[in-house]
Every structure is written in C-alpha cells, then in structure tokens.
Ligand binder design. Structure first.
Ligand SMILES: CC(C)(COP(=O)(O)OP(=O)(O)OC[C@H]1O[C@@H](n2cnc3c(N)ncnc32)[C@H](O)[C@@H]1OP(=O)(O)O)[C@@H](O)C(=O)NCCC(=O)NCCS
Length: 190
C-alpha cells in the first residue's frame, strides 16, 4: 500500500494537504460547525482533544496507506475551510469511497468542486482506481448537486441504511468510473 503522508494537491485557489497537529483548533471548529455536521452520523466534537485525536489518527492512516484525508487550505489567507477524503480503499477491486465537507460559511463559492476535481484526478490517474463512490443521505441536496456536477451517476438507494439518534434514513449511492472520468477529461468538461 502506498503511504500518503506527503501528498499535497493544488488547485486554482486551494492547497489540499494532510491535517497537522497545529490544525487541531480549526479541526475542532470544523467538527462543531452546524452546517458541516448536518449529515454526519456522529455527534459534534465535545472538546479540542477529539480534534487532536483525529489528527493523530489521520497521520497514522496516511502513513499506512489506509485512508487519505486532506484539509482544504485557502491559498489567499492560509485558512482551513474543509476537507475531502478517500477511504474504504479496496486495492483488489481498485475502488474507494469519497467524503467531503466545508464550513457552512464557505458553501456556494465553488471550493468543493475544485477540491473534488483534484482528488478524483489523483485517485484515477495516480492511484489508478477504477471506481470511486459516495454514500449520501438523499436529503443532502447540496452533496447530491456536488456529485452530479462533477459527473457521478446516481446508482441506487440503500433503504433504511442508517439509524442516527433513532432517525432512520436511506443512503443514495453515487459512482464514478475511471472511464467516465477520462471521457469527461477528453471532452474538456473538467
Ligand atoms: C456538500 C458540500 C461540500 C457542497 O458545497 P457547495 O458549496 O454547494 O459546493 P461547491 O463548493 O462546489 O460550490 C458550488 C456552488 O458554488 C457556486 N459558485 C460560486 N462561485 C463559484 C466559482 N467561482 N466556481 C464554481 N462555482 C461557484 C456554484 O454555482 C454552486 O452553486 P449552486 O449549487 O447553487 O449551483 C457542502 O454542502 C457541505 O460541506 N455540506 C456539509 C458536509 C456534507 O454534507 N458532506 C457530504 C457528506 S458525504
């Protein structure tokens, strides 16, 4: 498995890079931001210690090649505005799941589209993944739009797939194949 701890990706406005120990306060703010957390199936962080623990876990996971979560650092001011992740990596089937989120204050500015394009390019071109998929709450219309916009296909619905705080919800499955991605790249959509 490759190690991911030195991976950094650049877009027009963002530097995608692993979280560092010094990001703990920003990570805490992220994981307590109401809009960021709205569809996350775990409670908001209770203290900054949980952010320190997340950064430590991420460092291990990057080094072992288990998962690649990158913080989105805005290049203009160096502020962390969100993150995106490739996880559940399955090298036999050459597939991975994608996750992402922004601070609510940063919605509607096109940042995630930039970040996802860059992470997907890395996943398909560098890691040679064949399939990248997302599982989202169908009520998460912003997330569905992000996936549609970048070329994912809605493939189906897992009925009553999640129970969070006694609330039962379905999961919509979206998939993007390397061949879909290359076709979009070839016709200049990306
Ligand atoms: C999912 C999520 C990242 C989508 O955020 P978003 O801001 O809608 O997505 P983008 O950053 O790509 O921005 C796209 C929007 O910015 C607009 N925009 C403004 N300036 C832009 C620019 N310079 N370039 C591109 N788009 C721009 C686009 O028109 C689009 O608006 P629209 O959706 O009204 O058409 C965000 O809602 C989120 O973080 N939610 C909480 C976490 C979450 O639910 N994650 C998914 C769980 S799997």
């Amino acid at each position: 498995m490759p190690a991911f701890n030195h991976v950094t990706l650049r877009t027009k406005r963002l530097l995608l890079r692993p979280f560092r120990e010094t990001d703990a306060q920003a990570v805490f703010s992220m994981f307590t931001d109401h809009k960021f957390m709205e569809f996350v199936d775990s409670p908001p962080f209770g203290s900054v210690d949980e952010a320190h623990a997340l950064v430590a876990r991420d460092m291990k996971a990057l080094a072992s090649g288990e998962r690649i979560r990158l913080g989105l650092e805005r290049m203009g001011d160096g502020v962390l505005i969100g993150n995106c992740t490739l996880f559940n990596l399955d090298w036999n089937s050459k597939k991975a799941e994608i996750g992402y989120g922004l601070f609510g204050s940063e919605f509607g500015k096109g940042y995630m589209n930039e970040a996802l394009a860059s992470l997907l390019r890395y996943g398909f071109s560098v890691l040679d993944l064949n399939r990248i998929y997302a599982e989202i709450d169908p009520k998460n219309t912003n997330s569905a739009k992000s996936l549609d916009r970048i070329g994912f296909t809605k493939e189906g619905l897992l009925r009553e797939n999640c129970i969070v705080n006694s609330v039962v919800s379905d999961s919509a499955i979206y998939g993007l194949l390397q061949s879909d991605w290359k076709n979009r790249d070839a016709i200049g959509v990306l």
